[in-house]
Ligand binder design. Structure first.
Ligand code: ZN
Ligand code: ZN
Length: 302
């Protein structure tokens, strides 16, 4: 396995003029192509050589055409670990040669939203920028805005493959799924979608000692993995049947927290059908189509 330390010791020199990058060309179209290596623009920028990146469910939604603000020609990717190659004059917390984790959210750290800890709503040109409104991390180099408050130095001896999950997938499963689902000891929890983000919600839901974590997915392998990571029950996704099974597993009540980790209407509908009175639905999925909120059924369920 490639160690990060080895990467950081590679001699920093002049950056190459061109690099390889994965570029979006409209719904269903992408290509691995030659692009100019990014250069520092603002004094708060850094250029990072990407050592490890990954593909997010969000990238798949972009490629399906669900995220129309992504323009043709955009380099995809918002997750990664790498080595700082250059920093702007105002950057003080990282320097060339540092190993860093790239947050999927760029944050100025100073605006009212950042001060409230809502970095994804940064009002000074931050938020979810990488691979969305500016070029991203599925490339050899990436320009990281607000480097001081958007890059995190990595301790030595860490595995890039594990760390890259901290750019987005793992904390998003935790924040949007587990924290917004307000999971408490003894709760019954259902997670719809056992992909990486659903599994991140599973691992972090366990921190709150729920009595049941029911994992729901189409894919048998994913469900088996979920069981090995601590899911107490695994249910095959399939409309009516899944609703019946979850209701049977919870004494007819439904679950205290239903976490949506897919981003399609069927999975959000399922969450509404399996949530118990007084329960919570937490949505993680990136939705590209409108979904009905069935208040005609839910209004009286607290
Ligand atoms: Zn992501
Ligand atoms: Zn801000």
């Amino acid at each position: 396995m490639k160690t990060l330390e080895h990467e950081s010791k590679k001699k920093a020199g002049a950056l190459p003029a061109r690099m390889k990058a994965l570029v979006y060309h409209g719904p269903g179209q992408k290509s691995w192509e030659d692009r100019p290596t990014p250069k520092l623009k603002a004094p708060t920028d850094a250029v990072v050589r990407v050592v490890h990146t990954t593909i997010c469910g969000t990238d798949l939604h972009i490629l399906k055409g669900d995220v129309p603000e992504v323009s043709v020609g955009r380099i995809l990717g918002h997750e990664g670990v790498g080595v700082v190659e250059a920093v702007g004059t105002a950057v003080t917390s990282v320097k060339p040669g540092d190993l860093v984790l790239i947050s999927c959210i760029s944050a100025c750290g100073l605006c009212p939203s950042c001060r409230k800890g809502m970095f994804s709503h940064c009002e000074r040109g931050g938020g979810w920028m990488l691979g969305h409104l500016i070029d991203g991390t599925q490339a050899e180099y990436v320009l990281a805005p607000f480097a001081d408050t958007s890059l995190y130095k990595i301790a030595s001896g860490m595995k890039a493959e594990a760390l890259v999950l901290l750019s987005d997938i793992f904390p998003t499963g935790y924040e949007c799924g587990v924290l917004n689902g307000r999971i408490e000891p003894g709760d019954t929890v259902a997670i719809v979608g056992a992909g990486p983000i659903g599994l991140a919600a599973l691992l972090t839901a366990k921190l709150y000692s729920p009595s049941e974590i029911i994992m729901i997915d189409f894919d048998k392998n994913r469900l088996e993995l979920a069981r090995s990571l601590g899911a107490t029950k695994a249910v095959a996704f399939g409309g009516e049947e899944a609703v019946k099974v979850v209701r049977a597993l919870t004494g007819g009540r439904g679950v205290d927290a239903a976490i949506e980790a897919v981003g399609v209407p069927a999975s959000f509908e399922l969450c509404q059908e399996i949530v118990a009175p007084g329960g919570r639905i937490a949505n993680i999925g990136v939705h590209g189509k409108s979904v009905s909120l069935h208040l005609e059924k839910l209004w009286a369920a607290n």
